[in-house]
Design a protein around this ligand. Structure first.
Ligand code: ATP
Ligand code: MG
Ligand code: MG
Ligand code: MG
Length: 465
């Protein structure tokens, strides 16, 4: 019977069974009479040791079985004498599917740097580290759907191609079928998008929020979970040009409800990882980040700090007065850089922080304005090692206030008239937030560069594979 290595490792009563496994050779070592093949099939972090009596097999075949080769093995599972494994397989039949020439196959035994592995993104899922990361990535996606499904939220699909710029940050990728070498031009000499595919300019979405709000105002509570695109012009370890975002949006939620949901959500995901990905987390804890597991457990056991932006700035200013050095200046009105966010979390509170009520000038047009006329009901969730992991807010439900703010910030009504309709017809308090999937994964895997938690990172000058 064909088995996955995870079935064998986790299974009971395996000893004595005939089985078939298919996978890729991690290593082969041995002496004159016996060879040991460590076989991995991607199902888990563990390898199955295959014991080969070299006399019983063709010498030429065995020579071709080197690191990276794909093989099919039929044999008997026996108790293992080796450390860290309970069963191994004594090979009876071996079939070679594909060789991996040792002279050119890049993933030989020795450890590789993350930088090197990024250059071979098409092969790196075959390493232990990336196998673990991508299995956790899968598990977190399942956990996200599970959380919202249990809560009665509906998974709502928002478009990838859109005309509106939700964040107004000018980070949109244009989508066009025009021949940009000689585009049609209007009288002013600018490109005439009337002749373009959609009859107007269009972009890749930076967020599904605006459409998500429409859905919440009909279905009550929804979430989106899909790719989003931002032309981030800087190279940082926490920004991608293509990343995945989870965006719940809830009618009849005030900002406090929104914070409660965000905290419950992250804790649910972390717990899921500890429960369902224990072996992969243990591996990453040993190899990548010695504090990974304790950090995950810590988050489960502690309430997040909830703090106003104004108080947060005071703390940071006090720190500067006492000699703390930051690269970027900090004052009331400034947006926080990752270093400031991390200072609050790692040095000051030593706990995750939800920072609220930011100055309206540094936030998007759609956030609900506070009575002070200066701040909005924003909430950013700040995490150790990462900084901002969630950005959210209560949304402005008042038509006139929203219109005024959109005009002040130069958001064209042509682009969002449909969004304004939610405030015209049956408007109600509502809130939502966006969790960056890869930022969550940085936290859950202990990896330190966002390029290493997505299979094919898209960053400046990198769209090859
Ligand atoms: P930052 O301040 O780090 O640039 P942001 O405030 O621009 O983030 P939001 O518009 O609030 O981001 O988006 C919601 C969430 O999406 C963020 O909290 C973050 O987790 C994630 N996110 C935003 N931009 C990126 C990116 N370029 N790559 C990966 N994740 C991102
Ligand atoms: Mg940004
Ligand atoms: Mg931000
Ligand atoms: Mg934000």
């Amino acid at each position: 019977k064909r088995l996955r290595i995870s079935d064998i490792v986790k299974g009971t009563d395996m000893v004595g069974r005939e089985a078939q496994v298919k996978g890729w050779v991690r290593t082969k070592r041995g002496s004159k009479n016996v060879a040991f093949i460590a076989l991995n099939d991607g199902s888990c972090i563990h390898n199955l040791q295959i014991v080969v009596d070299t006399e019983k097999f063709d010498e030429e075949l065995l020579k071709k079985i080197t690191t990276g080769a794909a093989i099919n093995v039929i044999g008997k599972l026996v108790e293992s004498q080796g450390k860290g494994q309970s069963v191994e397989m004594v090979a009876e039949k071996i079939e070679l599917y594909g060789v991996a020439d040792p002279l050119t196959y890049p993933l030989q035994k020795k450890g590789h740097t993350m930088e090197f592995l990024r250059e071979i993104a098409h092969l790196r899922p075959r390493t232990n580290t990336f196998g673990a990361v991508f299995r956790i990535r899968h598990n977190m996606a399942i956990a996200i759907h599970s959380f919202f499904h249990e809560k009665g939220f509906y998974y709502f699909h928002t478009p990838i191609i859109t005309a509106s710029d939700c964040e107004g940050a000018g980070q949109m990728f244009k989508v066009t079928t025009l021949d940009l070498d000689c585009p049609p031009r209007n009288d002013e000499g600018t490109i005439d998008f009337k002749h373009d595919f959609f009859g107007r300019h269009a972009n890749l979405t930076v967020s599904g929020q605006l459409e998500g709000e429409l859905a919440a105002m009909a279905l009550g509570s929804i979430y989106t979970f899909g790719p989003t695109f931002r032309a981030e012009n800087s190279n940082t370890p926490r920004h991608l040009a293509e990343f995945w975002m989870i965006e719940p949006e809830m009618a009849f939620y005030e900002i406090e409800d929104n914070m409660d949901l965000a905290e419950e959500f992250i804790k649910y995901l972390v717990k899921w990882a500890l429960d369902h990905c224990a072996d992969d987390i243990e591996f990453l804890n040993n190899m990548i980040d010695k504090e990974l597991r304790s950090r995950l457990e810590f988050v489960l056991q502690h309430d997040f700090v909830r703090l106003g932006y104004t108080e947060g700035i005071k703390i940071l200013e006090d720190a500067v007065a006492k000699g703390q050095k930051f690269e970027f200046p900090i004052y009331w009105g400034a947006d926080l850089a990752a270093e400031h966010e991390r200072y609050l979390v790692e040095q000051h509170f030593k706990r995750p922080v939800i920072l609220t009520d930011y100055p309206k000038e540094i936030k998007s047009f759609y956030m609900k304005q506070n009575d002070d006329g200066k701040t909005v009901r924003a909430m950013d969730v700040l995490f150790p090692k990462i900084g901002e992991i969630i950005g959210g807010s209560q949304r402005e439900e008042d038509y006139d206030k929203l219109l005024t703010r959109a005009n002040e910030m130069g958001v064209p009504m042509d682009d969002i008239w449909w969004y304004m309709d939610t405030r015209k017809y049956g408007t109600a308090p509502h809130s939502g937030f966006g969790l960056g999937f890869e930022r969550l994964l940085l936290f859950v895997t202990g990896m330190s560069n966002i390029r290493d938690v997505i299979p094919f990172p898209r960053t400046p000058n990198n769209a090859d594979f």
